[in-house]
Design a protein around this ligand. Sequence first.
Ligand SMILES: [Zn+2]
Length: 270
Amino acid sequence: MPELPEIYNLAKQMDLELRGQTIRGVEVVQEKCLNMSVDQFTKLVVGRQIESVTSRGKWVFARLSDGAWLLLSLGMGGDALLHRDSESLPGKYQARLDLDGGRVLTVGFWWFGYLHAAMDGDLCNHKMTAKLGPTPIRDTDFTEARFLEMLRGKRGSVKGFLLNQEQVAGIGNVYVQDTLFRARLQPNRKLESLAEGERSQLFRGLMETLIQSVRLGGLAGEKDLYGCSGRFKEFLVGYREGQPCPECGTLVEKVKVGSTASYVCPSCQK
Ligand SMILES: [Zn+2]
């Protein structure tokens, strides 16, 4: 499932390629990925120009002319692909947008993907995004000071905090693994037990993990706007069950935390 680095990069590519383009037509194969009927959706977006594209957490936000927004979540195994013409379209997609000069954007997903539209004034009522917390990297004011402030007085597990999209938006079960290893924290560590230094380490671990993947174009296997796979695949402990910890050589263990799997070094992570 694409997380912050993949969506951040995708939104940047979409901004570069689609800014100024007008949506000429829409085809929706899977109506349930919309938040309105196909007719309403078509009326809302066709004829509008794409003014800019950015991301918030795992969502792409495209600002359209005259106060409309297009919101895209790729869910599990999804992709948004740009095609120069309609000749090379993939066999299967859930929706397509026809753009200027014969260019086509297709959106496909296996599971839990959404293509929503909203007007400016209704964004605050969009249930899936209205409460998103700050997005690291994208929000330049996501600083260590702000992060420490966010942690103040919070209870519960450190993993639960990182995965809660209303706290920090964009982190899922992929990037949480090495974040916690870099911070030398077990997923179940209670927030209220963290020392000042551990909180700072957590911030640095999070940023290092995300920045490394953004630089490598996201996770290997996830596609960008051009259909190219990301190059990030060297996890420190994530998905490395039974292999030696890069720091101390202890074998990495896979443990169940709530409903999700965690990969930890039992010696390094306290
Ligand atoms: Zn270790």
